[in-house]
Design a protein around this ligand. Sequence first.
Ligand code: M6R
Length: 614
Amino acid sequence: MCGIIGYVGSQDATRVILDGLKRVEYRGYDSAGIAIEAGGKLAVAKRSGKLTSLVTELAAHPLPASGHGIGHTRWATHGGPTDNNAHPHVSADGRVALVHNGIIENFAELRAELEARGITFISQTDTEAAAQLLALELAACDDLTQAMRLVCARLKGAFTLVALDAHDSERVVAARRDSPLVVGLGEGENFVASDVASFISYTREALELGQDQVVTITRSSVTVTDFAGNPVPTRRFHVDWSPAAAEKAGFDWFMRKEIFEQPRAVADTLLGRTTDDGRLVLDEVRIDAAELRLANKIVVVACGTAYYAGLVAKYAIEHWTRVPVEVELASEFRYRDPIVDSRTLCITISQSGETMDTLQAIRYARAQGARVIAICNTVGATIPRESDAVLYTRAGPEIGVASTKGFLTQVSATYLLGLYLAQVRGTMFADEISRWLGELGAIPDKIQQVLDQAERVYALADSLKTTQDFIFLGRHVGSAVALEGALKLKEIAYLHAEGFAAGELKHGPIAIIDETTPVFVVVPPTGAGQLHEKMVSNIQEVRARGASVVVLAERGDTSVLPYAEHVLELPITPVLLQPLTATVPLQLFACELATLLGNDVDQPRNLAKSVTVE
Ligand code: M6R
């Protein structure tokens, strides 16, 4: 996600901040900017595109010398990646500059309130609402720290904010709620940043901040309080990572880091999608409700992991809306004369938004009269641009070629869309929809519970590191998880792995199973009745052929224990949502096994992150 830095010291702030921003380039971004305070005025430079564009701008129009500034690399969420939407945002009175990471859920409400007070907005961002509000509070109290506290108390959502006041040459003030922020402690200088990588070449001493805290840094002091202004304890630590390790937050691979980011990525994707009375609002889905009601068929088109997200979506959307859903490999779709017309709603899923097979498929669908909704992680990419509507996942940049948080956020977004269609078409009662939204809201914690078992998964990978063939089984939505688990292993461990719907096994694939084949089984929750019972029978079938069985089963499900060599516990979750937890151990397993085999996990052989050719 966005990279943030604030600096107070005796060095040239522009140079220090640019250097810090370069070190967080790995996070991915689409614009960058810097603001400094000099002589009671703010000076700002910001540009869409890479840091080189900002460097060129600064060379042409250098900022005044200053030891006091803030900087930002932006990964667009609200508003496209333009110069104007780039951070820092300066308030209408010119006094405050603000950078932000996260999502301000109630920005529309705040913006309306501020516009009613005569403030003119110049960007499409949620951040500008916070900048304008901060300036109003500052005008009233003349204390940036106090103004920041008051603003934070009004914001809903997840955010890190860092601000500069033109009338204050001493302080940088920052705040956090559910988004990262650390303090770098230097000699006669201090830093705030979203990531230690930003200041690691200046200091390795740092302070960890808690949730809902405000920090004020000067050259010689650091003061931390809660949002009410009470002092709070902080934890000092020494950063012993190398700069390269710091980019990956201490993880060996971006893929592993991204797996561990999933609780946050899913929470961000779900954030701000409901009104106070519990109604689902997908502002981005600007297709008329009447048209959504008219659709008589849904076609999901996608590739690879995104296609597997579509397979999960089929179960959920059909169940909730009673509209038939077909899931199509984008590369096959337009070559088979599909039945698509103006009553077809096409949902396309793409992390990058640039996959050529998917792009061609939606162009074809639109040419036949279908309306297209894109589920995409990359703001402003070609696929969302060429679609009628877009629902952005908010995974942040995914760097590892093997998709992980991309998949979980895609699945989450399809659930939101399915519930939204059910709401619009009246196929579910409001209380049922809010019950499902409640279940979804509990998922980030459940993913964390699975991640907490990572060491068990790593031990399993170690015990299977000489194995050549793997089978993955699932039923219902679990069959898509089986396919995804097998794909992860193929992609990065270069091993033969196949995923099947467990009921299909006896129709052929069971012939390949013997005592050398570990079989991973995604067991449906016990509450799924027959599905669960049938899976227990399938497990016995493979056991009878000598296979060793690894079960992924709901906590407390003792029925599978007699037949399993290894058990990985999953939190109790409705079967429809189980992919959001059950996929995680399979990602960890593939990542660890590939590491043990000495493979390049982030850039596996023969693969590209974004496949822009047909
Ligand atoms: O960017 P997209 O989601 O459109 O990419 C689709 C596939 O190329 C992608 O999911 C691919 O299968 C991944 N490498 C899977 O890990």
